[in-house]
Design a protein around this ligand. Structure first.
Ligand SMILES: [Zn+2]
Length: 135
């Protein structure tokens, strides 16, 4: 099933809401819960919204497979070749599989700055409207 205009608008509004908050990144599951769609549908639409100069960037994160830990492990690109990885938090050792990576969407900082500026501008305009006019 592909998303209709209603779901797409809800996602766009949600991204805007997150961008205006202190949130810098979010998971597709957050969007799928918010809009009541599947994580796959959320991921696909977010992918349309991601790329250079767009609202978000897609990043793959490695999460510790130990469910009591689930720490996000920072690894260098050259380590991504089926090597054994040790979690720095729980010392769990595991072999790296592509399925261990989970997608996260990072909000474009320029987009965040743009929205904040736009919001301030709108607030200023509102204030001007409310202020009594002295002639
Ligand atoms: Zn761990």
């Amino acid at each position: 099933m592909s998303l209709g205009f209603k779901e797409k608008k809800l996602i766009d509004e949600y991204i805007e809401l997150l961008a205006l908050s202190d949130v810098s990144r979010f998971y597709p599951t957050a969007v799928s819960k918010h809009v009541s769609i599947t994580p796959f549908e959320a991921f696909n639409y977010l992918l349309e919204r991601s790329g250079p100069g767009k609202e978000v960037f897609l990043k793959w994160e490695l999460q510790c497979p130990n469910l009591d830990c689930t720490k996000i492990i920072d690894i260098a690109d050259e380590q991504r070749s089926g090597e054994e990885i040790e979690c720095p938090r729980c010392n769990f050792e595991f072999e790296l599989h592509t399925t261990d990576f989970i997608p996260v969407f990072v909000i474009n900082k320029e987009y965040k700055a743009y929205l904040k500026e736009e919001q301030e501008y709108r607030n200023e305009k509102k204030k001007l409207k409310k202020a009594p006019i002295h002639i």
